[in-house]
Ligand binder design. Structure first.
Ligand code: PLP
Length: 389
């Protein structure tokens, strides 16, 4: 059967291939340490599960509910932004509830661009941004992220032509895959750049709760004028280990929020209201579970980086997110190195080129296994004698 051209244009699911490789290694009975995927390894905190159980019992929650989300969750999102970032959000007009932020990031180009328009994407970057490019029939230009610039894009390096034609810009800090974080100055520069060139900004704040060394990640909306040019996407997936629950939201510019809501109305009805009520509890209750989670990722990061350096691997510590972005040894492509680690050491990592052309030369390692497993992974790599300590 022949289906749509769009279907054929959709980017190959990079993680699907990785999962397949890992699964066949597991099926052979091998003890694979999976550092390749981005799935939080810990359970959702019990008070959130309890809130879901109670809300699921309520027959009112078994009905269709407003496509822009229940009032309780929109209010909780606004309160969360005030408490965490001192940002004022109007729960009526400046919040859109999403079934996870991936969907929001994919539907945004449909909502705000015309076919053939151009958007700017970070490279390396979260591969699913490309789904929005294809489904929205838009073009994209990449903004390279280099270690020398702390993985922040250099707007001055973009050509005048690209600056003029760009209509939408995606950013993501703390960054997947590099672990880089943004500064207030960089976000201020982004607002100036966006205003000058009439570009909409969407900041993907998926790892907003995970900043290391006492540095709380900065919300894009903390910058004066940010709401004039853009929105921020916030997910509960990582902050509360709720990836499977599919709940997140967009906050910011009311016109963009209204556009997202209109698309939502046509594509979905709404999220299960009981999940929304539990999400409101997550955002409102004590955040000590998140503090513990951040501390867990930070000690795993410390173990990984110290161990890697001990075997002579020249690595830099991520500043946020739950990923480390590690350079591949000389003589390997990122894919060759990832294959070698799986074949010879039973360690799965994500090859950097899966995140874009500027991801070549790196592998992404998830901090999503215990410290002991991270130690074990590095000691297996040590035995491959790739580095001189
Ligand atoms: N953005 C980034 C950078 C991510 O890494 C992820 C998930 O891995 C998402 C967005 C999607 O998160 P959600 O679970 O809210 O769809």
């Amino acid at each position: 059967m022949e289906f749509s051209k769009k279907l054929q244009q959709l980017p190959t699911q990079f993680f699907a291939a990785l999962v397949q490789k890992v699964n066949s290694a597991l099926a052979e009975g091998r003890d694979v340490i999976n550092l390749g995927q981005g799935n939080p390894d810990q359970p959702t905190p019990p008070h959130i599960i309890k809130a879901l159980q109670e809300a699921a019992e309520n027959p009112q929650n078994h009905k269709y509910s407003p496509f822009r989300g229940i009032a309780e969750l929109r209010q909780a999102a606004a309160n969360f932004y005030k408490r965490e970032y001192n940002v004022d959000i109007d729960p009526e007009t400046e919040v859109a509830i999403l079934g996870g932020t991936k969907i929001g990031l994919v539907e945004l180009p449909l909502a705000v661009l015309n076919p053939g328009d151009t958007m700017l994407l970070p490279d390396p970057g979260y591969p699913d941004y490309l789904s929005g490019v294809v489904l929205g029939d838009v073009n994209f230009e990449v903004m390279p992220l280099f270690a020398e610039n702390n993985f922040l894009p250099d707007y001055n390096a973009l050509s005048d032509e690209v600056k003029e034609k760009a209509k939408l810009l995606y950013l993501n800090y703390p960054n997947n895959p590099t672990g880089g974080t943004a500064t207030l100055e960089f976000f201020e520069e982004t607002v100036r750049f966006a205003k000058k060139h009439n570009i909409i900004v969407a900041h993907d704040f998926a790892y907003g709760a995970i900043g290391f060394d006492g540095n709380k990640p900065i919300s894009f909306l903390q910058v004066d004028g940010a709401k004039d040019v853009g929105i921020e996407m916030y997910t509960l997936s990582k902050t509360y280990n709720m990836a499977g629950w599919r709940i997140g939201f967009a906050v910011g510019n009311p016109e963009i929020i209204a556009a997202i809501n209109l698309i939502q109305d046509h594509l979905f009805c709404s999220q299960f209201p009981a999940v929304q009520q539990a999400a409101a509890v997550a955002l409102t209750a004590s955040q000590s579970c998140t503090d513990k989670l951040r501390a867990t990722y930070e000690s795993r990061r410390n173990v990984l980086i110290e161990e890697a350096q001990r075997i002579g691997w020249q690595v830099t510590a991520p500043r946020g997110s739950f990923f480390a972005w590690l350079p591949v040894p000389l003589g390997f492509t990122s894919e060759q190195f990832a294959d070698l680690l799986l074949d010879k050491a039973d360690i799965a990592v994500a090859a950097g080129n899966g995140f874009g052309q500027y991801g070549e030369g790196y592998v992404r390692v998830g901090l999503l296994v215990s410290e002991d497993r991270l130690r074990e992974a590095i000691s297996r790599i040590e035995k491959l004698n790739l580095f001189s300590s």
